[in-house]
Design a protein around this ligand. Structure first.
Ligand SMILES: [Zn+2]
Length: 230
């Protein structure tokens, strides 16, 4: 079975969506996340198509057309960070997922649920009711199951500091990829490196401490248990 995932880095160059201090651009973040997730998926043999390159800013219709032009597309994932209304910094924070409509058994919500489960395992901060529904064009007009990820708020000072951190992005991208792979039916495909990343984030451990832990008899098994939250 050849799986094919379409990643949609939100917005594009020139888009005004950014942190109030101008240090974070949503479109550049979305592209960075898409590239990270694409690498992880391709390493597992999943085909990945992007709706845009770093220099493009396609319309929402164009993004849907690209997705709908892929035969037997397994999943469409749109990547974003969120913003609270009004100017300046805001308290609103936490990650959330959107699909076009409810229905627990619908493929879109099964995919969203799989990604959400990985976010929870990693201890990613979530909004209340983290899975929501909205008729956005890229969710409504794509034929394949479609999910939109709002990776925190770039209008929250603390959250944007996390989103700007390359280590955090690596872990976040990995959680997204793990969720996508779990939805596609790949069991625990990212292996031991993923266990290390999850344990590091959950317990705030340094690389050195992880090396130490891993060197113990049964250290790898212990890491896996900690990563799984057991
Ligand atoms: Zn956006």
């Amino acid at each position: 079975m050849q799986y094919h995932v379409c990643l949609d880095p939100g917005h594009g160059p020139g888009c005004a969506n950014r942190s109030p201090d101008g240090s974070f651009e949503e479109q550049a973040f979305a592209m960075d996340m898409a590239q990270r997730i694409a690498r992880l998926l391709r390493a597992q043999g999943v085909m990945v198509t992007m709706t845009r390159s770093a220099s493009e800013y396609p319309s929402l219709q164009k993004r849907c057309q690209i997705a709908n032009g892929i035969p037997k597309l397994s999943l469409f994932v749109s990547l974003h960070s969120n913003a609270a209304g009004g100017a300046g910094w805001n308290e609103a924070h936490g990650h959330m997922l959107l699909t076009s409509a409810p229905g627990e058994k619908a493929e879109r919500n099964r995919a969203a649920g799989a990604i959400l489960a990985e976010w929870k395992k990693l201890g990613i901060p979530l909004r209340p009711n983290p899975l929501r529904h909205q008729g956005f064009a890229v969710l409504r007009d794509t034929i394949a199951a479609a999910v939109l990820l709002e990776h925190g708020f770039h209008t929250n000072r603390e959250e944007v500091a996390m989103l700007k951190d390359s280590d955090f992005r690596a872990k976040l991208a990995e959680a997204d990829a793990r969720g996508i792979l779990a939805y596609l039916g790949f069991p625990c495909a990212l292996g031991q490196e993923a266990d290390r990343a999850r344990v590091a984030l959950r317990f705030g451990l340094q690389e050195e401490t992880l090396d130490y832990l891993e060197a113990y008899p049964f250290g790898k098994e212990l890491l896996h248990k900690l990563a799984e939250g057991r």
